[in-house]
Design a binder for this molecule. Structure first.
Ligand code: ARG
Length: 456
């Protein structure tokens, strides 16, 4: 039963029917659809657009359908056009005539957008919880590793030592921005299109505020044309999701690098790695690689949705049906990625001795020596030059900067003294960076307190 048979005298071609069907994708919206329809029907009754008797039959029928779907007693016809039409068809099977009154004062155009928003809003809660869980893991690890030395890099070259805590907390703050962006997007997701009908509103005396309140929407869309043709909330979510995916991907890249024997900074647990069918010795970071690789799915969804919307005239166009393919692809990628990332971090073994050994003799203390000269009155540019010469000398002699004696230092410049020498220990280098947001253990403790305050 099509929803629009009247003016047609020919059946839809099978090819067209299959081409336009979206039920394989949009059946995920069944609960959201039933919630939206129920709120709509209650409003129609309270506005006396629908009789209480019909309203009761429809509501009871929708409840039963929800039960049937949950228990598997009834399944969607895979050949149906979409989940909205299919639920209405089932309602007619169950309660007959009154089912045909449910669609008064609405259209699938406002119905589908409403259901998608309800669905996404709930998914947002799950994602935000997953982000919080990951952040808690990062804070817990940071608390253990405020003194664990790690080569801090720029250009993937040793730059200045940082603590493992500081490095992990960098991801905490990226995730915090992700969390905030999702929270910020909520009022735009929770703007109610229902009641806009096909595109222009309706002549029935509906009460959209009532529907919004019942469904937990924060606003009612102000313009019916915009309401049925707005998919900004999908694009915005996909952009926010792309940033989450990008952050996870960068983190995974580091875990992959760090778990190579060349780095050896971390060992990922057996639970999140795989072996090789031919090389018995192998332990591969497939989990991290897949999170990194699936970033492409999320970016692809964003570009797909943006391209779908580009050039669409007002108001609803069938192109928009594709929004759910992109939205669900991103959600189905992000949800397990966040969870797996958490598991990888919780179960990882951090090789702090290897990290500290990598820092030794890496000249990442050179800036501190230049700072020492600058503090004693030499211009920083000149100090840079002096220390650069010293590094060259050490490289030639195969010496570590921190192993130079005070006498050797003095030979290069008379301003050097005992204090300069002491500043070269990497633990000292770490401790020195105590500016707000710096890597010194004291500063990182402040940062941890701030992180904890944020996640509550
Ligand atoms: N399945 C459609 C979608 O997701 C529902 C809206 C259909 N509206 C229409 N005018 N054909 O967009």
């Amino acid at each position: 039963m099509a929803l629009w048979g009247g003016r047609f005298s020919q059946e839809t071609d099978q090819l067209m029917a299959r081409f336009s069907s979206s039920i394989d994708v949009d059946q995920k919206l069944w609960q959201a659809d039933i919630r939206g329809s129920s709120a709509h029907v209650r409003m129609l009754v309270s506005q006396k657009i629908l009789t209480a008797a019909d309203g009761d039959k429809i509501l009871a029928g929708l409840n039963e359908i929800a039960e049937e779907i949950r228990s598997g007693a009834w399944t969607f016809n895979p050949a149906a056009e979409d989940v909205h039409g299919e639920i209405e068809r089932r309602l007619f099977e169950k309660i007959g005539e009154p089912a045909k009154r449910m669609h008064m004062a609405r259209s699938r155009n406002d119905q589908v957008s409403t259901a998608t928003r309800i669905y996404l809003n709930e998914k947002l809660n799950g994602l935000m919880t997953d982000i919080r869980e990951l952040q808690k893991t990062l804070v817990a690890l940071a608390e253990v590793h405020t003194h664990s030395l790690l080569p801090g890099m720029t250009h993937l070259q040793h730059a200045q030592p940082v603590s493992l805590a500081h490095h992990l907390l960098a991801y905490f703050w990226m995730l915090q921005r992700d969390y905030d962006r999702l929270a910020d997007s909520r009022p735009r997701i929770m703007t109610l299109p229902l009641g806009s009908a096909a595109l222009a509103g309706t002549g029935f005396p509906i009460d959209r505020q009532k529907v919004a309140a019942e469904l937990g929407f924060e606003n009612v869309a102000a313009n019916s044309l915009d309401a049925v043709s707005d998919r900004d909330f999908v694009v915005e979510f996909l952009a926010n999701g792309s940033l989450i995916a990008m952050h996870l991907s960068r983190f995974c890249e580091e875990l992959i690098l760090w778990s190579t024997p060349e780095f050896g900074f971390v060992e990922l647990s057996d639970a999140v790695t795989t072996g090789s069918s031919i090389m018995p010795q192998k332990k591969n970071p497939d989990g991290a690689e897949l999170i990194r690789g699936r970033t492409g799915r999320v970016y692809g969804a964003l570009i797909g949705a943006l391209t779908m919307m580009k050039g669409l005239p007002l108001s609803y166009n069938r192109d928009m049906q594709e929004d759910k393919i992109h939205l669900f692809a991103a959600l189905e990628t992000l949800e397990p990625s966040l969870k797996l990332m958490n598991l990888m971090l919780q179960s990882a073994e951090w090789k702090t001795e290897r990290m500290a050994a990598a820092v030794s003799g890496d000249f990442s203390n050179a800036t501190d020596l230049a700072d020492d000269l600058a503090a004693k009155g030499m211009s920083f540019r000149q100090a840079h030059e002096v220390v650069g010469e010293l590094v060259k000398f050490c490289l030639k002699q195969n010496l570590k900067l921190e192993d130079l004696t005070v006498a050797q230092l003095k030979k290069h410049n008379s301003l050097f003294d005992q204090v300069s020498q002491q500043k070269l220990a990497h633990t000292q280098v770490l401790k020195a960076r105590k500016s707000e947001g710096g890597t010194a253990p004291d500063a990182v403790l402040v940062q941890i307190a701030r992180a904890k305050a944020v996640i509550g």
